[in-house]
Design a protein around this ligand. Sequence first.
Ligand code: ATP
Length: 782
Amino acid sequence: MALTAQISSDQSKTCQQAQSPSASDHGRHVGVGGQIRGNAATADRPGVCVCVFISACLPVVMLLQAPELLDDAWALDQPTNSLELNWAPLALLFLDLFVSVVFCFVLVLYCWVARWGWFCGVVQERKAEVERTDNLRQTLTTAELVQRGLCLVKLTVASSYTGFGGKCHVDLELVGGGKNAADNLLPANKFRPGDIVTIEQNIKGSSGVNMSATSSMKQASAPAGSSDDGQQQQQRVSGVVYKTSDARVTVSLSEPLPDYLLDCVLRLDMGANDTTYKRCCNVISKLGLGAYSSLPCSHLVDVLFGQSKPLFTTEIAPSAISWLNPGLNDVQRSAVSFCLAASDVALIHGPPGTGKTTTIVELINQIVMRHGPEVKILACGPSNVSVDNIVERLVASNKTSVVRLGHPARMLPSVLAHSLESVMAASDAGKLVADIKREMDAATKKLARPIPRQERKELYNELKNLRKELKKRERDSVQQVLQSTQVTCCTLTGAMSKMIASSPINYDWVIIDEAPQSMEVHCWMAILKGKRLVLAGDHKQLPPTILSDAAEKKGLSLTLFDRLIKAYGDQVTRMLTVQYRMNAKIMQWSSNEMYGGKLTSAPSVQAHLLCELPRVKKTEETESALFFIDTTGCSLYETEAADDESKSNEGEADVVVQHVKRLLDAGVTERDMAVITPYNAQVGRLRSKLSVQYPQLEIGSVDGFQGREKEAVVISLVRSNDKREVGFLAEHRRLNVAITRARRHVCVIGDSDTVSNDKFLGRLVDWLCEHGELRSAEEYAS
Ligand SMILES: Nc1ncnc2c1ncn2[C@@H]1O[C@H](COP(=O)(O)OP(=O)(O)OP(=O)(O)O)[C@@H](O)[C@H]1O
């Protein structure tokens, strides 16, 4: 998955999501997915229910006839007074039994088929992902992979030591670097902490093509020190990037690097991650087989599948609650008290900047305050960043104990102190674990030296035993930490990790932030561990990325959040309506088009402008919140990249540069500004024009910028053609995300004639012209 995310900007055939730098730094949530189809079908189609009912009843009726048929099978022959076997009823009985078995089988199959849509989606998505990864490896040479930053060659192991979980950390550096620091620098690359990678021998002249085609992925547990050279050369070890610097990449491995690789010249490649796929299959099979029926989540599952109604206890009036964050507004308070009253599920719909996370944090603190130290809460999000965001705020509120699960390489530095690794290290059990690690390091060091065969064998055995002991002690102390902590935070897929999945602990509440950006199947990984569920997010922003067109066409981008809103609406939802980000002029278009005009602006942001920032001069740009630069009639036409379908617009990019320069001249800083566009090809064009001169200016795709904000945002729409085609610009949620990233100033640059062909875009243009400053690109460029 890591590679998929990395290559999306290189190879996307349309303008798929490019990862923002921070997103790529801290893991991704792209991947497999699906949706409930069968369950919806059960609820939607009475015919299907009738079939299931008949399938269930028929075998019972047939079996009831069995005694009668058995009686008929034996008839008393009067003259001889002997029992005669009557074949006809017996054959009928066997037929009955056969039919019963067949129907039972059909019933079991039906239960599986009920989740068939999900399963198909997961498989198709995985296929699409593997195809992308393989395509790249099969079509590019090693040199090209290196050039794209997806491969590093001529590496050697500088050191290796034991990290958390007995993981072996290896530091990789360039072979025989020079005395000058510059000679040791790695070439520019895209390896980031958390990426799945593979290490293998760097065979001269090998390309990604040959290696991937011939070698099967083998784990580091392959016999170390094997004497079969041919076998060794094909071995590839997979691991996770732990940290990176200009001269070094540290990779975390489950097992020590095989002996022969320690002395080899190595290469490092981006690898595909199948953990999420396996976890998806696991959760689907649990749902399909009803393996949750004895768990506390069983009623919740029924509610989410539409088989029971969601229940609520009497809501406590917000005025009767003692608020831990006294700054909460009325709608946030009402949302918290509504969630507290939910017996099964509640949704918090939070449009941009309305304080979803602030509300979630208050909810968690209220639950802990009400239910005491024994309460268990599982707080999750689709990405590492979304989880870290919750952890940071929970820790700042200082009302509850928090532990963050996951690979430390994928966490923000600010939450590392609350990672499981750190919490354990501070405990007594952690000190014992540290002793074992020290012994393991000593043994590993000895192994690195040339020693007699017998001694080597003994050391391997010792290491094996130490690792076993370490794992046992770590497992026990992990459970102790989870047991004694009130709030456990992890990504959705992390909730299916062994640590949680195999733990006897069940959670009183599962809280999922950014739920509309999460695949439904991912949400289930956390839900099966809980009793009550709170989902927060905004379904009017972009849904999770689905790579497979086939899977998407089947509706697999439908999320649990969307589905519950459609099924239960206001019955289970509270909407936050006061936003703390945008100038009211920026907000109003989005509010009218996407949120039924319900949004209002907090007084602190209602009229804020760029010119009110320190050291920013008053200019026509900095004094207006809305700016539209129209390229109609300026012959600034879009072009299509030769190797993919992504679009770009050279002339429009020049206008963007002009506008950015004017804002910078007025004193707006690079850091306070972002340039975004829906098309990856245009991202590339804009970067080539701006990034060297303004390295701190963020330039990215709209999709990659979701969840972020800047004081000023410049949007390049790109589309300008005689046919007036707008393509995927017409996706309302994409435009909503683009406009609502801006706090004080948004400038839209585009061809009003082309884009107005779409009614939604036309209304945006009208809004900008009516409420903002309108300029012609011609006049602007001059
Ligand atoms: N009641 C409030 N009073 C003042 N400021 C608030 C309040 N609620 C939220 N904010 C501020 O609004 C900003 C956005 O809050 P938060 O991050 O919780 O919102 P969000 O909905 O999760 O954001 P996003 O739209 O980026 O997902 C933060 O700076 C937060 O401090």
